[in-house]
Ligand binder design. Structure first.
Ligand code: ASP
Length: 347
C-alpha cells in the first residue's frame, strides 16, 4: 500500500514537472517585441544640443522599457502599448498630453486611438481639451462604449462617466510650443495674405515639428496592438482632426498581419490610408513588414508630397521604422535584447 502511494506521488510529480516544462517551453518559444515613436519631422542634428538629445533618448528608453516589462511578464500587447504611451504623454518633450502643440486660436485639441488586433476592436477620441492621458480615454471608448470614436465635449462627458477626471486646458501649456505657434502664425498670416489659406498651410509644412507619440506591440500570446496620441499640428484650425485617431490611417492592428502607428502630415496619412495600406500589403501581397512599410512611406507618400513615418511590427515580431523626414524619435525592444533608441537614419 505504502509503495503504491509512493509510486503514485512520484508519477504525479513527474507529470506536474513535465507540464511546467511544456508551459515554460511554450512561452520561451514565443517572440514578443515593442516599438515606440515620439514623432517625425525636421529634427536638425545641428540644432539639437547634446543635453536635449540625451533627454529624448532617456525618455524613449524609459517608455519602451515600460512596455517591454509588461510583455516580458506575459501581459498583453494593449497594456504594453498604453504603458509606453502614457509615459510619453506625461513628458513635455513630445506633442501629446503635456506639451501638446497649440491650435491657431492658442488652445489644445488632442486626438488618440488604440486598436486590438485580436478582436479588431478599436477606440478613438478627437478634439478633447481636458483629458490628461488621451490614450486611456481611447481605450475606454473601445472597452466601455458601443462606439469607435467620440469627439469633443461628448468624449469628455463619457470620460466623466468612466470615473476619469478632467484637467484644466492650461495643464498642456509649455513655453516652447507657444513659441512654435507664434512663429508659425507669423508665417501663415504673411503667406495667407499673398497666396491664400491653402498655400500658407503648405508653406508651413517643413517647419512643423510633428512629435506625435505611438506604440505597437506583439505579446507572448501572439496578439498585436497599436496606439497613437497627439496634439495634432501647430496652428491647426479649430476642429481640425488629423490621422492619429483615424483607424486605418494613423493606427491599425490585425492579428496575423501587422500593427502600425504613424506620425506625420495627417491629411496625407488619412487620404493614403497609410497604416491600413501597409498591413494590406503584408496580408494580400505577402510582403515583409520592412518592404511594405518602406513602399508606403518612401515611395507612395513621397510621390504624393506627404512627410512622416511609421513604426510597424508583424506577427513574428519583425519591426520596421521607415520615415521620409530628417528624423523620427523612436525606440524598439525585442525579447531578450536591450532597447535600441534612434533619432536619425544612422543613430
Ligand atoms: N499626424 C499628426 C496629425 O496630423 C501629427 C504628427 O504626427 O505629429 O495630427
Amino acid at each position: 500500500m505504502k509503495r503504491n502511494i509512493t509510486l503514485l506521488s512520484l508519477s504525479l510529480a513527474l507529470c506536474l514537472s513535465s507540464l511546467t516544462n511544456t508551459a515554460l517551453a511554450n512561452t520561451q518559444d514565443k517572440p514578443f517585441a515593442i516599438a515606440i515613436h515620439g514623432g517625425a519631422g525636421t529634427i536638425s542634428k545641428a540644432k539639437l544640443t547634446m543635453e536635449q538629445q540625451q533627454a529624448y533618448r532617456a525618455k524613449l528608453t524609459e517608455a519602451v522599457d515600460a512596455g517591454y516589462k509588461v510583455l516580458a511578464k506575459g501581459g498583453d500587447s494593449l497594456a504594453a502599448v498604453q504603458a509606453s504611451i502614457v509615459i510619453l504623454e506625461n513628458s513635455p518633450l513630445f506633442n501629446a498630453g503635456l506639451g501638446a502643440v497649440y491650435t491657431f486660436d492658442g488652445s489644445h485639441e488632442l486626438d488618440a486611438s488604440i486598436m486590438d488586433g485580436r478582436t479588431m476592436n478599436a477606440g478613438a477620441i478627437a478634439g478633447v481639451q481636458h483629458i490628461k492621458n488621451p490614450i486611456e480615454l481611447a481605450y475606454k471608448v473601445m472597452t466601455d462604449s458601443p462606439h469607435v470614436m467620440l469627439q469633443g465635449a461628448g468624449a469628455e462627458e463619457f470620460a466623466l462617466t468612466q470615473g476619469m477626471s478632467l484637467v484644466p486646458t492650461q495643464y498642456f501649456d509649455t513655453a516652447q510650443r507657444y513659441q512654435q505657434l507664434f512663429d508659425a502664425k507669423q508665417k501663415i498670416t504673411a503667406a495667407e495674405m499673398t497666396q491664400g489659406y491653402q498655400a500658407s498651410v503648405n508653406a508651413l509644412d517643413l517647419d512643423y515639428k510633428f512629435g506625435t507619440v505611438g506604440a505597437v506591440a506583439l505579446d507572448q500570446q501572439g496578439n498585436l496592438a497599436a496606439g497613437t496620441s497627439t496634439g495634432g499640428m501647430t496652428a491647426k484650425r479649430y476642429g481640425r482632426v488629423g490621422d492619429s485617431p483615424v483607424i486605418g490611417a494613423g493606427t491599425y492592428a490585425e492579428n496575423g498581419v501587422c500593427a502600425v502607428s504613424a506620425t506625420g502630415h495627417g491629411e496625407y496619412f488619412i487620404r493614403y490610408m497609410v497604416a491600413g495600406d501597409i498591413c494590406a500589403k503584408v496580408k494580400y501581397q505577402d510582403k515583409s513588414i520592412i518592404r511594405a512599410a518602406d513602399e508606403v512611406i518612401n515611395q507612395r507618400l513621397i510621390t504624393a508630397g506627404g512627410s512622416g513615418g511609421v513604426i510597424a511590427i508583424d506577427q513574428r515580431g519583425n519591426i520596421a521604422t521607415p520615415f521620409n523626414t530628417e528624423g523620427m524619435y523612436r525606440a524598439t525592444r525585442s525579447k531578450g535584447e536591450p532597447a535600441q533608441v534612434m533619432i536619425w537614419q544612422d543613430q
